[in-house]
Design a protein. Structure first.
Length: 293
Protein backbone atom coordinates (compact mmCIF):
# COMPACT_ATOMS: atom_id res chain seq x y z
CA UNK A 1 0.00 0.00 0.00
CA UNK A 2 2.87 2.39 0.86
CA UNK A 3 4.46 1.84 -2.55
CA UNK A 4 1.14 2.44 -4.27
CA UNK A 5 0.54 5.73 -2.44
CA UNK A 6 4.13 6.83 -3.10
CA UNK A 7 3.63 6.15 -6.79
CA UNK A 8 0.43 8.18 -6.87
CA UNK A 9 2.12 11.15 -5.19
CA UNK A 10 5.16 11.04 -7.50
CA UNK A 11 2.94 10.85 -10.57
CA UNK A 12 0.81 13.77 -9.47
CA UNK A 13 3.84 15.94 -8.72
CA UNK A 14 5.30 15.21 -12.15
CA UNK A 15 2.00 16.01 -13.87
CA UNK A 16 1.66 19.33 -12.00
CA UNK A 17 5.21 20.44 -12.84
CA UNK A 18 4.87 19.45 -16.49
CA UNK A 19 1.49 21.25 -16.67
CA UNK A 20 -0.01 18.40 -18.67
CA UNK A 21 -3.72 18.13 -19.23
CA UNK A 22 -5.83 16.02 -16.87
CA UNK A 23 -6.23 12.36 -17.85
CA UNK A 24 -9.73 11.22 -18.76
CA UNK A 25 -11.65 9.44 -15.98
CA UNK A 26 -10.86 5.72 -15.86
CA UNK A 27 -14.23 4.83 -14.40
CA UNK A 28 -17.66 5.74 -15.80
CA UNK A 29 -19.05 8.85 -14.10
CA UNK A 30 -21.87 8.19 -11.64
CA UNK A 31 -25.49 8.96 -12.55
CA UNK A 32 -26.30 12.66 -12.44
CA UNK A 33 -22.71 13.78 -12.89
CA UNK A 34 -22.35 17.06 -14.76
CA UNK A 35 -19.08 17.56 -16.59
CA UNK A 36 -18.12 21.25 -16.21
CA UNK A 37 -16.55 21.07 -19.69
CA UNK A 38 -19.89 20.01 -21.19
CA UNK A 39 -22.51 21.74 -19.04
CA UNK A 40 -26.30 21.55 -19.43
CA UNK A 41 -27.75 23.75 -22.13
CA UNK A 42 -29.29 27.00 -21.01
CA UNK A 43 -32.92 27.75 -21.77
CA UNK A 44 -32.85 30.92 -23.90
CA UNK A 45 -36.60 31.43 -23.48
CA UNK A 46 -36.64 31.23 -19.69
CA UNK A 47 -36.62 34.29 -17.45
CA UNK A 48 -36.74 34.14 -13.65
CA UNK A 49 -39.57 35.74 -11.74
CA UNK A 50 -38.69 38.82 -9.71
CA UNK A 51 -38.80 39.56 -6.03
CA UNK A 52 -40.73 42.57 -4.72
CA UNK A 53 -37.61 44.76 -4.98
CA UNK A 54 -36.83 43.60 -8.54
CA UNK A 55 -34.17 40.95 -7.95
CA UNK A 56 -34.27 37.79 -10.07
CA UNK A 57 -35.63 35.25 -7.64
CA UNK A 58 -33.08 32.52 -6.87
CA UNK A 59 -34.37 31.68 -3.40
CA UNK A 60 -34.42 28.07 -2.31
CA UNK A 61 -32.35 25.05 -1.37
CA UNK A 62 -29.52 24.22 -3.74
CA UNK A 63 -26.82 21.55 -3.99
CA UNK A 64 -23.85 21.28 -6.31
CA UNK A 65 -24.44 18.88 -9.18
CA UNK A 66 -20.92 18.85 -10.64
CA UNK A 67 -19.67 15.83 -8.64
CA UNK A 68 -16.94 17.92 -7.04
CA UNK A 69 -15.19 16.78 -3.91
CA UNK A 70 -13.04 18.93 -1.67
CA UNK A 71 -10.26 16.32 -1.58
CA UNK A 72 -8.70 17.57 -4.82
CA UNK A 73 -9.97 20.02 -7.41
CA UNK A 74 -7.10 19.39 -9.84
CA UNK A 75 -6.81 15.59 -10.01
CA UNK A 76 -9.92 14.00 -8.50
CA UNK A 77 -9.58 10.80 -10.51
CA UNK A 78 -5.92 10.29 -9.59
CA UNK A 79 -6.79 10.84 -5.93
CA UNK A 80 -9.64 8.31 -5.79
CA UNK A 81 -7.65 5.43 -4.29
CA UNK A 82 -6.19 7.50 -1.49
CA UNK A 83 -9.47 9.23 -0.69
CA UNK A 84 -11.35 5.93 -0.44
CA UNK A 85 -8.60 4.41 1.70
CA UNK A 86 -8.71 7.33 4.13
CA UNK A 87 -12.43 8.06 4.30
CA UNK A 88 -14.18 4.92 3.12
CA UNK A 89 -16.29 7.14 0.84
CA UNK A 90 -16.60 7.18 -2.93
CA UNK A 91 -14.46 9.94 -4.34
CA UNK A 92 -16.23 12.26 -6.75
CA UNK A 93 -14.51 12.98 -10.05
CA UNK A 94 -15.90 16.32 -11.20
CA UNK A 95 -13.31 18.73 -12.60
CA UNK A 96 -14.33 22.25 -11.58
CA UNK A 97 -11.42 24.25 -13.07
CA UNK A 98 -12.57 25.40 -16.51
CA UNK A 99 -9.84 27.96 -17.22
CA UNK A 100 -6.99 27.21 -17.88
CA UNK A 101 -8.26 24.42 -20.15
CA UNK A 102 -5.84 21.86 -18.68
CA UNK A 103 -7.73 22.00 -15.38
CA UNK A 104 -4.64 22.98 -13.38
CA UNK A 105 -4.16 25.87 -11.00
CA UNK A 106 -1.67 28.25 -12.71
CA UNK A 107 0.87 28.43 -9.90
CA UNK A 108 4.00 30.52 -10.13
CA UNK A 109 7.21 28.39 -10.12
CA UNK A 110 7.82 28.79 -6.37
CA UNK A 111 4.16 28.00 -5.66
CA UNK A 112 4.32 24.77 -7.71
CA UNK A 113 7.04 23.56 -5.35
CA UNK A 114 5.12 24.58 -2.23
CA UNK A 115 1.87 23.02 -3.46
CA UNK A 116 3.71 19.75 -4.11
CA UNK A 117 5.17 19.94 -0.59
CA UNK A 118 1.73 20.45 0.96
CA UNK A 119 0.38 17.54 -1.05
CA UNK A 120 3.11 15.28 0.28
CA UNK A 121 2.50 16.52 3.82
CA UNK A 122 -1.29 16.22 3.90
CA UNK A 123 -1.34 12.53 4.92
CA UNK A 124 1.20 12.86 7.74
CA UNK A 125 2.02 16.55 8.32
CA UNK A 126 5.19 17.50 10.17
CA UNK A 127 3.44 20.63 11.50
CA UNK A 128 -0.27 21.34 12.17
CA UNK A 129 -0.26 24.20 9.65
CA UNK A 130 0.47 21.68 6.88
CA UNK A 131 -2.84 19.94 7.54
CA UNK A 132 -6.05 20.99 5.79
CA UNK A 133 -7.53 23.97 7.74
CA UNK A 134 -11.06 22.52 7.55
CA UNK A 135 -9.77 19.25 9.04
CA UNK A 136 -8.47 21.40 11.91
CA UNK A 137 -11.92 22.92 12.44
CA UNK A 138 -11.53 26.23 10.60
CA UNK A 139 -13.88 27.76 8.03
CA UNK A 140 -13.86 26.59 4.41
CA UNK A 141 -13.62 30.02 2.84
CA UNK A 142 -14.84 30.98 -0.62
CA UNK A 143 -15.22 29.29 -3.07
CA UNK A 144 -14.69 25.95 -1.27
CA UNK A 145 -17.80 26.34 0.88
CA UNK A 146 -19.87 26.49 -2.33
CA UNK A 147 -18.91 22.95 -3.37
CA UNK A 148 -18.76 21.53 0.17
CA UNK A 149 -22.45 20.63 0.32
CA UNK A 150 -25.94 22.07 0.16
CA UNK A 151 -26.86 25.71 0.66
CA UNK A 152 -29.91 27.91 1.03
CA UNK A 153 -30.34 31.27 -0.69
CA UNK A 154 -32.65 33.89 0.79
CA UNK A 155 -33.28 37.35 -0.64
CA UNK A 156 -34.20 40.50 1.24
CA UNK A 157 -34.41 44.13 0.08
CA UNK A 158 -30.80 45.16 -0.47
CA UNK A 159 -29.25 41.84 0.57
CA UNK A 160 -28.74 38.24 -0.44
CA UNK A 161 -28.12 35.76 2.39
CA UNK A 162 -26.53 32.34 1.84
CA UNK A 163 -26.56 29.77 4.64
CA UNK A 164 -24.69 26.50 4.30
CA UNK A 165 -25.43 23.06 5.71
CA UNK A 166 -21.77 22.57 6.47
CA UNK A 167 -19.90 24.16 9.38
CA UNK A 168 -22.74 26.58 10.28
CA UNK A 169 -21.31 28.94 7.66
CA UNK A 170 -23.22 31.90 6.27
CA UNK A 171 -22.72 34.95 4.07
CA UNK A 172 -24.60 38.24 4.01
CA UNK A 173 -24.07 39.95 0.65
CA UNK A 174 -25.08 43.65 0.60
CA UNK A 175 -26.37 45.00 -2.71
CA UNK A 176 -26.39 48.70 -1.79
CA UNK A 177 -22.96 49.64 -3.15
CA UNK A 178 -21.27 50.07 0.22
CA UNK A 179 -17.44 49.83 0.18
CA UNK A 180 -15.51 46.80 1.34
CA UNK A 181 -14.11 46.56 4.84
CA UNK A 182 -10.69 48.09 5.49
CA UNK A 183 -7.78 46.35 3.81
CA UNK A 184 -6.19 45.30 7.09
CA UNK A 185 -9.24 43.21 8.02
CA UNK A 186 -8.84 39.58 6.94
CA UNK A 187 -11.83 37.24 7.16
CA UNK A 188 -12.20 33.47 6.82
CA UNK A 189 -15.18 33.88 4.49
CA UNK A 190 -13.94 37.09 2.92
CA UNK A 191 -15.91 40.32 2.52
CA UNK A 192 -18.66 40.10 -0.12
CA UNK A 193 -20.35 42.94 -2.03
CA UNK A 194 -22.89 42.18 -4.73
CA UNK A 195 -24.90 43.67 -7.55
CA UNK A 196 -27.13 42.35 -10.32
CA UNK A 197 -26.17 42.37 -13.99
CA UNK A 198 -29.44 41.40 -15.68
CA UNK A 199 -30.10 37.90 -14.30
CA UNK A 200 -26.62 37.37 -12.86
CA UNK A 201 -25.69 38.04 -9.24
CA UNK A 202 -22.12 39.35 -9.33
CA UNK A 203 -20.29 39.16 -6.01
CA UNK A 204 -16.90 40.78 -5.37
CA UNK A 205 -15.03 38.96 -2.58
CA UNK A 206 -12.03 40.62 -0.91
CA UNK A 207 -10.35 40.74 2.54
CA UNK A 208 -9.55 37.03 2.52
CA UNK A 209 -7.26 35.43 5.05
CA UNK A 210 -4.41 33.34 3.66
CA UNK A 211 -5.34 30.44 5.96
CA UNK A 212 -7.99 28.76 3.78
CA UNK A 213 -7.34 26.15 1.08
CA UNK A 214 -9.42 25.25 -1.96
CA UNK A 215 -9.15 21.52 -1.18
CA UNK A 216 -7.71 19.02 1.29
CA UNK A 217 -4.43 18.36 -0.51
CA UNK A 218 -3.13 21.92 -0.26
CA UNK A 219 -4.44 24.17 -3.07
CA UNK A 220 -3.45 27.43 -1.41
CA UNK A 221 -3.45 31.20 -1.90
CA UNK A 222 -2.22 34.35 -0.16
CA UNK A 223 -4.12 37.15 1.57
CA UNK A 224 -4.20 39.13 -1.69
CA UNK A 225 -6.76 36.66 -3.01
CA UNK A 226 -9.54 38.42 -4.93
CA UNK A 227 -12.57 36.69 -6.41
CA UNK A 228 -15.52 37.65 -8.58
CA UNK A 229 -18.45 35.23 -8.37
CA UNK A 230 -21.19 35.07 -10.97
CA UNK A 231 -24.41 33.27 -9.96
CA UNK A 232 -26.61 32.87 -13.05
CA UNK A 233 -29.96 31.05 -13.06
CA UNK A 234 -30.36 29.42 -16.48
CA UNK A 235 -33.51 27.37 -15.83
CA UNK A 236 -36.05 27.10 -13.00
CA UNK A 237 -33.98 24.49 -11.15
CA UNK A 238 -30.45 25.26 -12.32
CA UNK A 239 -27.81 27.85 -11.38
CA UNK A 240 -24.44 28.18 -13.07
CA UNK A 241 -21.75 29.46 -10.71
CA UNK A 242 -18.47 30.71 -12.18
CA UNK A 243 -15.83 32.34 -10.00
CA UNK A 244 -12.75 34.13 -11.30
CA UNK A 245 -9.85 33.71 -8.87
CA UNK A 246 -6.90 36.09 -8.85
CA UNK A 247 -3.86 36.25 -6.57
CA UNK A 248 -0.78 37.94 -8.08
CA UNK A 249 1.43 36.65 -5.27
CA UNK A 250 0.72 32.99 -6.06
CA UNK A 251 -0.69 32.55 -9.59
CA UNK A 252 0.60 33.47 -13.03
CA UNK A 253 -2.87 34.48 -14.20
CA UNK A 254 -6.49 34.59 -13.02
CA UNK A 255 -8.27 31.25 -13.27
CA UNK A 256 -11.89 30.12 -13.26
CA UNK A 257 -13.81 27.47 -11.39
CA UNK A 258 -17.34 26.35 -12.27
CA UNK A 259 -20.04 24.68 -10.18
CA UNK A 260 -23.53 23.74 -11.38
CA UNK A 261 -26.26 23.86 -8.75
CA UNK A 262 -29.49 21.90 -8.83
CA UNK A 263 -32.55 22.98 -6.85
CA UNK A 264 -33.43 20.67 -3.96
CA UNK A 265 -37.03 19.84 -3.07
CA UNK A 266 -36.36 19.83 0.69
CA UNK A 267 -38.19 22.54 2.60
CA UNK A 268 -35.94 22.37 5.65
CA UNK A 269 -32.22 22.97 5.89
CA UNK A 270 -30.38 20.22 7.74
CA UNK A 271 -27.14 20.59 9.64
CA UNK A 272 -24.11 18.72 8.30
CA UNK A 273 -22.07 18.22 11.47
CA UNK A 274 -18.80 16.45 12.09
CA UNK A 275 -17.22 15.42 15.36
CA UNK A 276 -14.01 13.91 16.58
CA UNK A 277 -13.79 10.22 15.71
CA UNK A 278 -16.82 10.18 13.41
CA UNK A 279 -14.97 8.25 10.68
CA UNK A 280 -15.98 4.96 12.33
CA UNK A 281 -19.66 5.75 12.03
CA UNK A 282 -19.34 6.73 8.37
CA UNK A 283 -17.85 3.46 7.13
CA UNK A 284 -20.06 0.62 5.91
CA UNK A 285 -20.37 -2.48 8.10
CA UNK A 286 -18.63 -4.67 5.54
CA UNK A 287 -15.50 -2.54 6.01
CA UNK A 288 -15.32 -3.90 9.56
CA UNK A 289 -16.05 -7.51 8.60
CA UNK A 290 -19.75 -7.20 9.29
CA UNK A 291 -19.58 -5.58 12.72
CA UNK A 292 -18.67 -2.13 13.88
CA UNK A 293 -16.13 -2.03 16.68
Amino acid sequence: MTLILAGIIMSMTAVRIAAQGPPPPKNPPPPGWIDPRNPPKEDPNWSPVRTADGQPNIEGQWAQASDIITYSIEDPEAERAEHIAISGQRAMIGRPIVDPPDGKIPYQPWAITFAAFLHEQHRNPSKPQYLDPVSRGFQDGVPRINYQGALQIQQFPGNVVITYDYHHSFRVIPLDGRPHAGGDIKLWMGDSRGHWEKNTLVVDVTNNTDQTWFDIVGAFHSDTLHMVERWTPTAPDHIVYIVTIDDPKVYTQPWKLRVDFRRQKAEEQWESAVWEGNMLGSLPQEFWGGAKK
